[in-house]
Write a protein that binds this ligand. Structure first.
Ligand SMILES: *Cc1c(COP(=O)(O)O)cnc(C)c1O
Length: 319
């Protein structure tokens, strides 16, 4: 525990990241106000929502005497990156169970995680789908000894508590609060952290995001879901699926960055802001309302997507 508190008091983590008004004529002309909480600036290594999701898990693991964290993710996962860094900084060994086969040289995400000391164990896609299977976990425990299990994407009750705490400290006026959704853990924390006059809107970054609604209901608890009709998940801006992108999305991101001087990436924040802009232009929000968008981080992934993004830009010029 001392390690974590020490790092917090050394201001390693910015607990008060800036909120900026997006002064973009597209938004202003629509008569709404769009604010961005630049949470990607909270720290360099476990940036954005991943810090809030990990924080209480790290404390729990320390409290119970674990010296190893094991978690799951794709090869470009922000969560794998964040867990590896957290392990290095807070003194845990880390094991990353990675979806798919090993590709060498390692991509920038896994290369960083490896430098932090993370050990990798690769699971084919089919087995990965059953990653919480008792037999598999037993085998992993045989291979790696005891570990504290952090679920894929870091989502569990402690993660939701961390996000809830973060959101409840935002004390400016807003009517809607938005975030991208991968597992729904962040949205669940947001729903728990806001008072009931405000509305929370998540944007699914994956196709077939219906399961997210169930996930979020489970995470906030039955009671909560029954009375709270103040949240929703939009399923229209996944761009074909997780980490899928096209020139419309890349164009939007390029324009957004130029207008607002804020970096986005195409897996999470790009899709959310595309969705927010589109909904604003379609009149989804009432005139005079304020929307607060949480920039949840994920910029580490850009390095590994550079070539893909370049190809999309080039192919557009040729066509
Ligand atoms: C992991 C991640 C999300 C998704 O969070 P969930 O809690 O899984 O819904 C959103 N944005 C970024 C940048 C992420 O890395």
């Amino acid at each position: 525990m001392n390690g974590i508190n020490k790092i917090l008091t050394e201001n390693f983590i910015d607990e008060n990241t800036p909120i900026k008004t997006i002064s973009d004529s597209l938004i202003e002309n629509a008569g709404v106000k769009l604010l961005i909480k630049r949470e990607y600036l909270n720290n360099q290594y476990f940036s954005g929502n991943k810090w809030h999701k990990l924080k209480y898990n790290l404390k729990e693991a320390k409290k119970n005497g674990f010296d190893t964290l094991l978690t799951f993710g794709g090869a470009y996962s922000n969560h794998i990156y964040a867990t590896a860094a957290a392990g290095k900084i807070f003194g845990f060994k880390t094991i990353g169970v990675i979806r798919g086969e090993e590709h060498l040289p390692l991509n920038p995400t896994l290369s960083f995680a490896g430098k932090c000391g993370m050990k990798f164990y690769y699971l084919d896609r089919k087995s990965y789908r059953q990653k919480y299977n008792v037999e598999l976990l037993k085998n992993l425990r045989k291979m790696f000894d005891e570990f504290y299990l952090v679920p894929e994407g870091g989502t569990n009750e402690l993660a939701v508590n961390g996000v809830e705490e973060f959101v409840s400290k935002i004390n400016i006026h807003y009517d809607h609060i938005c975030c991208p959704c991968g597992t729904g853990g962040t949205l669940a924390g947001i729903i728990k952290g806001i008072n009931k006059e405000k509305r929370a809107l998540g944007f699914s970054v994956l196709k077939g995001g219906n399961f997210l609604i169930k996930n979020v209901e489970n995470l906030i608890g039955e009671n909560e879901s029954a009375k709270s009709k103040n949240w929703n998940i939009n399923l229209d801006y996944h761009f074909g699926g997780y980490a899928k992108m096209n020139s419309r999305l890349i164009d939007f991101i390029d324009r957004f960055e130029k207008e607002n001087n804020i970096p986005l990436e195409p897996v999470y924040s790009g899709k959310m802001f595309y969705g927010i802009y589109d909904l604003v232009l379609k009149g989804h929000f009432e005139k005079g309302e304020t929307i607060l968008a949480i920039h949840t981080g994920g910029l580490q992934g850009l390095e590994g997507m550079k070539e893909k993004i370049k190809r999309i830009r080039v192919s557009k010029v040729i066509n």
